[in-house]
Design a protein around this ligand. Structure first.
Ligand code: ATP
Ligand code: MG
Length: 330
């Protein structure tokens, strides 16, 4: 099945990035002679426009990082297509797209080599893609990138280990920006940072988006952070998108019981509203991704589950205004 997940109102413009029916199955050894498929990403479709942010949220292990890595062909897709400006990205032409699409990772401590200077780290993509003619031009571009992410450009010769977590994440972002990408996958890019630093980096992502017309796939397990950052939000559960809509629609009109449970876990600052709102505690076990139910993967924990849910997979259907839901009962 090919699903049109282009948001309404943008039907005529080709999306910047389009993912259709993406699958990533890992072969996992089972005993001596056999293996089973771990369906980390199973039939995932979405599109992202120029300058837009799509949030991708879900619990640990639901397949968010695998979606990102597969989109960039860091993992070969088991199935499905990834298009950039309407052109399919394949194993053969991925190098033509390496500059257009970048990824910023979670841990600023392990993703940067502490023994490299900022100039080495930020300038490396410039070296790889031969993006300067003279040393002076290279140094100037490194300084420009450092300033763009709010770092003191006089610190270009300092080592990564001399910087704080937030500053290191800025270095990682400067490195991603070096090749002038149009699309960045931010994978838990602020999760390892203190809350106050998180806010600074999130706002910087927004400023950069406006200045450079960047599109983001913003991956996080924290639905508050995702909602704050995103124009639209896709909610994943065990390898599948189970709900996707404009952020306002997700916040005010969450339809899938899983999305409702994620939102109900968010702390509410106003005690009066907090008293009235009900926290949905999920019971039941999460099935193994190597042995998923034939029907809805959420059925083992779902408060509105029926017989049909166990046996039949609910399709992701547009309920109007680009609000997609995969549920038989809501
Ligand atoms: N290289 C691999 N080989 C086998 N299984 C893998 C591999 N990479 C990921 N997985 C499995 O795929 C599933 C999805 O993992 P993934 O890292 O994409 O989840 P995630 O949503 O990013 O989780 P987190 O929030 O913890 O980062 C998990 O069950 C994970 O164990
Ligand atoms: Mg991850």
């Amino acid at each position: 099945m090919t699903l049109d997940t282009t948001p309404k109102g943008s039907m005529n413009s080709t999306p910047l990035v389009e993912v259709q029916n993406l699958k990533q199955y890992f072969k996992v050894r089972k005993g001596m002679f056999s293996s089973v498929d771990l369906k980390a990403v199973d039939d995932v479709s979405f599109s992202i426009k120029e300058g837009e942010t799509l949030g991708l949220v879900g619990e640990s292990g639901c397949g968010k990082t695998t979606v990102g890595r597969t989109m960039l062909h860091l993992l070969k897709p088991t199935g499905g297509t990834i298009k950039f400006r309407g052109e399919e990205i394949t194993e053969k032409n991925i190098y033509d797209y390496r500059k257009s699409m970048q990824m910023v990772f979670q841990d600023p401590y392990s993703s940067l080599n502490p023994r490299m200077t900022v100039s080495d780290i930020v300038g490396e993509p410039l070296d790889i893609h031969k993006l300067y003619k003279t040393r002076k031009e290279r140094d100037a571009r490194v300084q420009e990138l450092m300033e763009l992410v709010g770092l003191n450009s006089e610190h270009a010769t300092r080592y990564a280990h001399e910087f704080s977590g937030g500053q290191r994440q800025r270095i990682g972002i400067a490195r991603a920006l070096a090749v002038r990408p149009e699309f960045i996958i931010c994978d838990e890019s602020v999760s390892a940072l203190d809350v106050s630093i998180q806010a600074q980096i999130l706002n910087m992502f927004k400023d950069l988006q406006e200045q450079l017309n960047l599109a983001y796939l913003f991956i996080a397990h924290d639905i508050l952070v995702v909602n704050y950052m995103s124009d639209r939000v896709a909610v994943m559960y065990l390898g599948k998108i189970i709900e996707m809509a404009e952020t306002n629609d997700i916040v005010q009109n969450a339809t899938h019981p899983y999305t409702q449970s994620l939102l109900s876990a968010v702390p509410i600052p106003d005690p009066e509203t907090a008293r009235k709102s009900k926290r949905i505690i999920l019971e039941g076990d999460v099935p193994s991704p190597m042995n998923l139910p034939a029907g809805c993967s959420f059925c083992t924990r779902c408060p509105v589950m029926t017989e049909k849910c166990v046996n039949e997979l609910p399709p992701l259907v547009d309920r109007g205004n680009g609000h997609f839901v995969a549920c038989w009962n809501q």
